[in-house]
Structure formats: C-alpha cells, structure tokens
Design a protein around this ligand. Structure first.
Ligand code: PAF
Length: 307
C-alpha cells in the first residue's frame, strides 16, 4: 500500500506524463476541426483560441500560456490572411515558418493547431464580409484601406469554426483588439475577448513577426519608437496631461530620425479611438512608423500606470 504522500507524488507524475504525452493534432480542414470542437464542448470542455498568422514569437507564446491557464483546450490557428493585405503590402513575403511554429506549439502544449490551406480557406466565390464601421477607417485603417475589414472577416470565420469560449489577442495591435471587441459585442458572438500585454524584447522593442524584416541598423532605428513612448510616459508621470504637449514631445523624438518615417501619432480614448485633449487613465497613444520598408506599430495605454 502506498502512503498518502506517495500516492500524491505518483498522481502528480502521472498527470505530468499525461500532459507531456498528449499529442498536438494538426488539422487543415475547417469541418474536421469544427466537428471535434462540438464534441469537446458537449463533454463540457472550455475552448481557448489564439488566432495568428504564424512566425510565432514570445508575444504569441504569452497568449498561449494565458489560454492554457484559463481553458481546458487550446486551439491556435496559423493563416496568412490575404484579405487583410493591400495590393502593395507584404502578403507574399510574410514569413511562413511552419516547421518552427509547429515545434513551438508542441512545446507549449497547444491541443489543436489549425492550419487551413491559403488557397482554399475562402470559397472561390466568397462574397461575405464583416466590417466594423468608423473604427476600421481611422489610424491604421486610414493608411491601410480594407485591412480591418479583412481582419474582422477572417476572425469572424475562424470564430465560427473554432467556437471558442475565450479568444486571445495582443495589445500591440490595440486598434485590432478594440475592433474585434466591438464586432463581438455588436454581433453577439458568445465569446470573451482577452487583451494580453505587449511583450517587448530586452531593449524595449515591441515583438512583432515583422521585426524579422529589419536589418541590424534598422532595428536600432526602430527602438526609437518605444523610447519615444517611454519619454511620453515619464512626462505624463511628472503630471504633463496636455495631449498636445505629449504629441509634440513624441514628434520631436521621431521627426528627424534618419531611416524612420512617421505614419501617424494619435492620442486617443481607449474605446472609440477618438482624439483627446487631456491625458487620463483611459488614454492610449498609438504610433505607426516606417523603418525602411517595414511598417511598425506600438502603443502606450495609460491605464497601465495612471489611476
Ligand atoms: O493579429 C494577427 O496576427 C492577425 O491580424 C489575425 C488576428 C490572426 C487575423 O488574421
């Protein structure tokens, strides 16, 4: 007979072997995944979903970890969505590194990796789009017409396949997060949207799959973006609440940097993304810049440090 303590240790070992031994399933067909999810939901399992375009980094890993904490089953999708790229954007050269991504998902104990085929995921005669008006045409939407319509269309389609209880998005794409929350609310998707903190490199650069495009020199230039946001944070903490002063401070930091072109700097509220005059806890500072040919975004949400 095993003692209570020995039994406890044995059960713990079995549980950990179980977890390690569980093999991740890679699914390519939407209906195959949907069928399995419906069965799992019937047996009471909760589903966490991490939609991605691949080239996974620590930002994505933080979303997986949060989903693992919250839900019984974690589904991650990798799909470079052609509908969210403009004609002159980086759709063709977007990094596709499936072998590395699969390893990362296995290590992080993702249960289902959904890898739909880029050519057949949308029906040949696809005609249906989801668009969140107003919010989709400002800031990044102004510079990238049609981008958010592509994002909401693919996310709505993925939600209908994965049927998640919770879905996880990084706050680096702040506007995307707000738009998806609005879509879910307006169209009554029974899904909780969880925004997760920006993950940064050791020196402050916000992690992004597009950082892969940067040369060493460009990466140094790109750092100026997070540095300008840090300066803004310092000024706000010293009680500068005038949004135009903070705007000028950031502009000053970024304006004459060789190799960097500002797309926009916006100081807005965190619900409708409209300009504010006075900085408060509900303010977010959004920045988009080109470093060489690479478009990078970053932001500072004042609720992280203001009461
Ligand atoms: O943030 C992304 O990676 C994409 O926009 C998303 C949400 C996976 C939709 O293609």
């Amino acid at each position: 007979m095993l003692s209570i303590k020995a039994n406890f240790v044995k059960n713990k070992i079995i549980k950990s072997i179980d977890r390690k031994a569980k093999i991740m399933e890679i699914i390519k067909k939407s209906t195959d995944l949907q069928k399995q999810i419906i069965e799992l939901k019937k047996s009471g399992k909760t589903i966490g979903f991490v939609p991605t375009m691949g080239a996974l980094h620590n930002g994505h890993i933080s979303l997986i970890k949060k989903a693992k904490e919250d839900c019984d089953i974690v589904v991650l999708s990798i799909f470079v969505n052609p509908k969210q790229f403009g004609p002159n954007e980086d759709y063709n050269k977007y990094p596709r590194v499936h072998e590395i991504d699969i390893k990362i998902c296995e290590e992080e104990n993702v249960d289902f990796l959904f890898l739909p085929d880029e050519k057949t995921f949308y029906d040949e005669f696809h005609l249906t789009y989801v668009e969140v008006e107003k919010l989709s045409n400002i800031h990044c939407g102004k510079s990238r017409p049609g981008h958010f319509k592509g994002v909401t269309t693919v996310v709505a389609k993925l939600f209908n396949i994965v049927l998640p209880d919770k879905a996880y998005f990084g706050k680096k794409d702040f506007q995307q997060l707000i738009i998806i929350k609005k879509m879910v609310n307006d169209l009554s998707f029974p899904i909780e949207i969880i925004g997760c903190p920006i993950v940064r490199d050791f020196d402050g650069l916000a992690l992004s799959s597009r950082n892969k495009y940067l040369t060493d020199e460009e990466r140094k230039i790109a750092l100026k973006i997070s540095q300008s946001l840090n300066k803004a944070k310092e000024a706000i903490l010293k009680n500068e609440k005038d949004a135009s002063m903070i705007y000028d401070l950031i502009l000053n930091e970024l304006n004459n940097v060789d190799g960097l072109k500002i797309d926009y700097i916006s100081i807005v509220d965190d619900k409708f993304l409209e300009s504010v005059k006075t900085i408060s806890k509900n303010t977010v500072i959004l920045i988009a810049c080109f470093v060489g040919k690479t478009r990078l975004i970053d932001n500072l949400h004042c609720e992280e440090f203001l009461n």
